[in-house]
Design a protein around this ligand. Structure first.
Ligand code: ARG
Length: 273
C-alpha cells in the first residue's frame, strides 16, 4: 500500500471525525427513531446486539450469495470481523438492488450499514456518511472474446450494460461516445445479457469483471482497465455518526493487528500493502 493511499485514508478519517461531532449534536436535538436501540457507544442499532447489513449480493468476490443462500465474500467476512471487534453479531438482510442501498441507509430504520462495494462519491456523501475506505478499485470493460471489439473506439454506436446506479453506469454514460448505456438491477443479469448478445459490453468494477470473466463467463474477456481510483466505504446514516466512528476504530484495529491483511490475502492472493 502506498503512502498516498494512507494519506487519503487519514484525511477521510479526519473528515469523518468532524462529521461525528456535528452528527452527535443533531441526534440529540432530533432523537428520530423510536424503535432503534441505543448502545453504549452513543449510536443506535436497528436490532439489539446485531449490526444489520443491506447489500446487493451479486458482486463477487466482495459480496455474493453462495449456493446455500448465504452471503459470502471479502466484504462479508470483513463485516464479520468488524462486528466481532465491536462485540456484535451481523445479520444480512435479503439482497436488495444496489441503487436502493444509499437511500435506505439515509432513511434509517431498516439497516445499520450498507456494505456493497459502494464507491465513496461526493454525491453519495450528501446522503450518507462513509467509513474510511476498506478497498481500492477501478473500472473495467468486458466484451465477448469473439466480438471483434478491440478498442474503446470500437464501442461507438454499441450498447453497454451496467448495474443501475453504479459508477460503472456513470463512467460508460460519460466516456463512451455514441454508445447506448442500458441499466440492469442485478450484476448477474448484465453478464447474462452480454453472453446472449443483448448488449455488446459490460462496464463494472474491474475486480468483479475479472471475477466473472475468470469463472462463469470464460468466453468473455477484459477489453479495458480504467484507472478511476475508486475507494469503497461502508455507508452509515448521518444520524448515527458515532456508529461510523466505532466502525472506523474497528477497521483501524483490524489493519493494525494483521486480520485485515490476512483476509485480503485469503480473497485476493496478494498482500494488501
Ligand atoms: N463500486 C460501484 C459503485 O459504487 C459498484 C458497486 C456495486 N455493488 C454491488 N454490490 N452490486 O457504484
Amino acid at each position: 500500500m502506498n503512502v498516498k493511499k494512507w494519506g487519503a485514508v487519514a484525511a477521510s478519517a479526519m473528515l469523518v471525525g468532524a462529521l461525528a461531532l456535528t452528527g452527535c449534536g443533531n441526534k440529540e436535538a432530533e432523537s428520530t427513531d423510536d424503535t432503534a436501540v441505543e448502545s453504549d457507544g452513543g449510536y443506535t442499532l436497528v436490532s439489539d446486539g446485531t449490526i444489520t447489513v443491506a447489500a446487493s449480493l451479486d458482486f463477487p468476490p466482495f459480496e455474493n450469495m453462495n449456493t446455500e443462500g448465504q452471503a459470502e465474500g471479502f466484504s462479508v467476512e470483513l463485516m464479520g470481523l468488524i462486528a466481532e471487534e465491536m462485540g456484535y453479531e451481523i445479520n444480512y438482510l435479503p439482497s436488495v438492488s444496489f441503487d436502493t442501498i444509499v437511500p435506505m441507509i439515509a432513511a434509517g430504520g431498516q439497516a445499520d450499514v450498507g456494505v456493497s462495494s459502494i464507491t465513496i462519491t461526493p454525491d453519495r456523501e450528501k446522503e450518507v456518511d462513509f467509513t474510511v475506505s476498506y478497498m481500492d478499485s477501478n473500472q473495467g470493460i468486458a466484451v465477448m472474446k469473439d466480438s471483434g471489439i478491440t478498442s474503446l473506439a470500437d464501442l461507438e454506436g454499441k450498447t453497454i450494460g451496467a448495474q443501475s446506479g453504479t459508477t460503472g453506469y456513470d463512467w460508460a454514460s460519460e466516456n463512451i461516445p455514441g454508445a447506448a448505456v442500458e441499466a440492469f438491477q442485478e450484476m448477474t443479469a448484465v453478464f447474462q445479457a452480454l453472453q446472449s448478445g443483448q448488449i455488446d459490453a459490460v462496464a463494472c468494477d474491474l475486480p468483479v469483471a475479472q471475477y466473472y470473466v475468470n469463472t462463469a463467463y470464460t468466453d468473455a474477456e477484459i477489453l479495458l482497465e480504467i484507472p478511476t481510483g475508486e475507494q469503497y466505504g461502508i455507508a452509515v446514516s448521518k444520524d448515527n455518526a458515532q456508529l461510523t466512528e466505532a466502525i472506523n476504530n474497528a477497521i483501524q484495529t483490524l489493519k493494525e493487528n494483521g486480520k485485515y491483511n490476512e483476509l485480503y490475502e485469503k480473497w485476493f492472493g496478494v498482500s494488501a500493502s
